[in-house]
Design a protein around this ligand. Structure first.
Ligand SMILES: Cc1cc2nc3c(=O)[nH]c(=O)nc-3n(C[C@H](O)[C@H](O)[C@H](O)COP(=O)(O)OP(=O)(O)OC[C@H]3O[C@@H](n4cnc5c(N)ncnc54)[C@H](O)[C@@H]3O)c2cc1C
Length: 497
């Protein structure tokens, strides 16, 4: 058996799967100089689109790995989603206004998944500590006291190989081997439906199709329309129980289903495929040195466009924790909080997506949706709020704990995330930090905590809006703890020193 990595050259982390989630984690760890082995069974990125939407928080993750600007040319803004009854009346309006506040990026973007994955993969070439091996399929892992031996087949040569690593993160998708090896079952949130997903490329302009995503809440044939980037348009159409998947991708049937919107004179079919949309969350995201992220840990119906987004949040959360543990700055138990924090957060998104699915299927817009109001025209409108993390690595008491902070612009025009980088950050009222003892400044410097005070107007505005004098923020930009006086500030800083 090939020993591709001797114990002298063992990697800190093996990432199994180079989908968008694995590629993002590899960029996060590579940027920190962590040695990473990525094993991917396919020869190239999956060439057909799946995800078409991500949000401002995910754009901040791409910003954190220096790839937001490289992605911008491939993105289009998304203006929102409307749910229509069979007569075409709006029964629910989810408009996505596009201010670049509060997160420093637009609220919602459309993209073509192969282009995104290409940018993420090219980004990996910047990090000498990241090795990518394609056509390598992992089939076993053996946990040892101080590491893990991964066994995989090089599909190009048929050779069986092994590598020694510190931690394994399974970003290996919905049928995750690592999830099964962890021994995790899945919590079932009740939604399992077959949908036909059709991507078409327009041959001639069809502005009447519109920019806004549409949910056709027709009990006979629920369907979704999404405007993609460029000439791409997506339809997702429910299949009935007596419609076999294999027959429904036949082009004649596909065109028959599309006939209420387009004909072969308007567009070419890029692909059609049947997906079963699930709503499940893994019961265990960690066992010892094995962890999972992305679709390996959860699956959602796509009605909120949050499946991949949730995976990006997973690795933003897990990434800084792995870096801190591997550098000896935190104990290994910090990794237990990964699931505690992420599970309830992703569950909230999946439950809302399932409710959206219920509306599309039954037109029951008055199912208990959170954060709704009626417009002047009596249309039901919804705001989708970002959930809070479950409680784990937080300090003190405040309803801000576990919330994503905004991204203020600093007085010199820089964005907060660019200034802070992958570090902790203290946002603090100027009078409080000026009156603090010199020892506090030393502790902040020793722990490499960036301190930004309220002389940056937008920092001061934000502190006043959340009602605290100081907020300590983690590298993933979620609130760790708050303080309102000198004694609390000193205790807050001590909690990470
Ligand atoms: C129709 C549809 C629409 C969607 N729309 C959206 C949307 O608008 N917004 C959104 O955020 N999400 C959306 N999603 C969800 C999104 O596509 C997925 O959440 C995302 O692609 C998952 O990424 P991942 O990296 O976790 O897994 P994957 O992309 O599945 O990658 C897993 C990788 O692991 C590799 N692998 C697996 N096993 C092994 C092994 N044993 N050894 C080596 N390699 C292995 C696989 O080859 C694969 O490359 C949609 C999904 C579908 C199907």
């Amino acid at each position: 058996m090939d020993q591709i990595s001797s114990s002298a050259s063992r990697c800190d982390v093996a990432i199994i799967g180079l989908g968008p989630v694995g590629a993002t984690l590899a960029n996060i760890l590579g940027q920190a100089g962590i040695s990473v082995l990525v094993l991917e069974k396919e020869a190239a990125a999956y060439h057909l689109p799946r995800a078409v939407h991500f949000d401002d928080e995910v754009m901040r993750v791409f910003q954190s790995i220096g790839l937001a600007e490289a992605l911008l040319p491939y993105l289009a803004l998304s203006t929102g989603m409307r749910f229509l009854d069979p007569a075409g009346r709006i029964i629910l309006d989810w408009s996505r206004l596009q201010p670049t506040k509060p997160h420093g990026w637009n609220t919602s973007y459309r993209f073509h998944q192969p282009e995104l994955e290409d940018v993420l993969r090219k980004g990996l070439t910047r990090w000498p500590s990241v090795a990518v091996r394609e056509r390598c399929e992992v089939f076993a892992v053996e946990e040892q006291a101080d590491g893990v031996v991964i066994r995989f087949e090089d599909l190009g040569t048929g050779k069986l190989c092994a590598a020694n690593v510190g931690y394994v993160v399974g970003c290996d998708g919905a049928r995750s081997l690592i999830r099964r090896l962890i021994g995790s079952g899945q919590v079932d949130l009740g939604f399992h439906e077959r949908w036909l997903v059709i991507d078409a490329i327009l041959k001639r302009p069809r502005p009447d199709l519109g920019d806004v995503s549409l949910q056709f809440c027709d009990p006979e044939r629920p369907a979704t329309y999404v405007r993609g980037t460029g000439n791409r348009r997506r339809w997702e159409i429910t299949l009935k129980d007596d419609e076999p998947s294999a027959r429904m991708t036949d082009p004649a049937r596909v065109w028959a289903l599309l006939s209420r919107w387009i004909t072969p004179d308007d567009a070419e079919l890029e692909r059609s495929a049947v997906y079963t949309f699930h709503s499940v969350i893994a019961e265990r995201w960690r066992r010892g040195r094995l962890l999972i992220a992305g679709d390996a840990a959860h699956q959602t119906p796509p009605f909120l466009g949050q499946g991949m987004c949730a995976g990006m949040r997973d690795v933003a959360n897990l990434g800084w924790k792995l870096i801190g543990v591997l550098r000896g700055e935190f104990g290994d138990d910090l990794l237990d909080g990964y699931q505690t924090e992420r599970f309830p957060h992703v569950r909230e998104y999946i439950e809302l997506a399932v409710k959206f699915g219920g509306i599309i299927n039954t037109r029951a817009a008055d199912v208990a949706l959170p954060n709704t109001s009626k417009s002047a025209e009596n249309t039901l409108q919804i705001r989708v709020e970002k959930p809070r993390l479950g409680r784990s690595f937080h300090w003190g008491r405040s309803d801000q704990l576990g919330r994503l902070i905004t991204q203020p612009t600093l007085s010199d025009g820089a964005r907060l995330d660019d200034r802070v980088g992958p570090r902790f950050c203290l946002l603090v009222e100027r009078d409080l930090i000026c009156s603090a003892p010199a020892s506090l400044a030393h502790k902040l410097a020793a722990r490499d905590v960036v301190c930004l005070d309220s002389s940056h107007t937008e920092v001061g505005d934000w502190l006043r809006a959340v009602g605290h004098k100081a907020v300590l923020v983690r590298p993933d930009r979620y609130v760790f703890g708050v303080a309102d006086n000198e004694a609390e500030l000193s205790a807050l800083v001590a909690a990470v020193s």
